[in-house]
Design a protein around this ligand. Structure first.
Ligand code: TYD
Length: 134
């Protein structure tokens, strides 16, 4: 059973250069092999994203541009992460309820996921999530 302790902030490799910095992601950088990349953009500042957990899939979230908050709940306690650096990845293991909120203007949330999109992997009802953690 995953808990908040399993969450990790990953420092991503960056090649610094006076011409501009370059960060890269490859499979040995993440705690899982990714099969999907997606991103959120043009998110209104009063909008909430997420509100679900995953049964088997893990994800890493990166604030590629701007900032936003990720509130993670393991069914017992919750913790908030403010993401605003393109070289930091928030690793969210399976079984973690997430809310994404307070998007700054121009924020882009890049997500690496351990599998292709599958609605059956989602728990979108909070009570059902709490039951799954018992
Ligand atoms: P949703 O899970 O509600 O987004 P978020 O959790 O980031 O707020 O997904 C919104 C819609 O997009 C939903 O109909 C499913 C679809 N979707 C895909 O088709 N592929 C994907 O990789 C993702 C993440 C979502």
């Amino acid at each position: 059973m995953t808990t908040l302790k399993d969450i990790q902030l990953l420092k991503l490799p960056v090649v610094e250069d006076t011409r501009g910095n370059l960060a890269f992601i490859q499979n040995d950088v993440l705690p899982f092999e990714f099969k999907r990349v997606y991103y959120l953009f043009d998110v209104p500042s009063n909008s909430f994203r997420g509100s679900h957990s995953h049964i088997n899939q893990s994800e890493v979230l990166i604030a590629l541009s701007g900032s936003f908050e990720v509130v993670l709940n393991d069914g017992f306690e919750k913790k908030s992460f403010f993401l605003n650096k393109p070289n930091i990845g928030l690793y969210i293991p399976t079984g973690m309820w997430r809310e994404l909120e307070n998007f700054s203007s121009g924020a882009v949330c890049l997500v690496f996921a351990s599998d292709i999109y599958n609605e059956d992997d989602y728990i979108r009802d909070f009570d059902e999530f709490l039951m799954s953690k018992k």
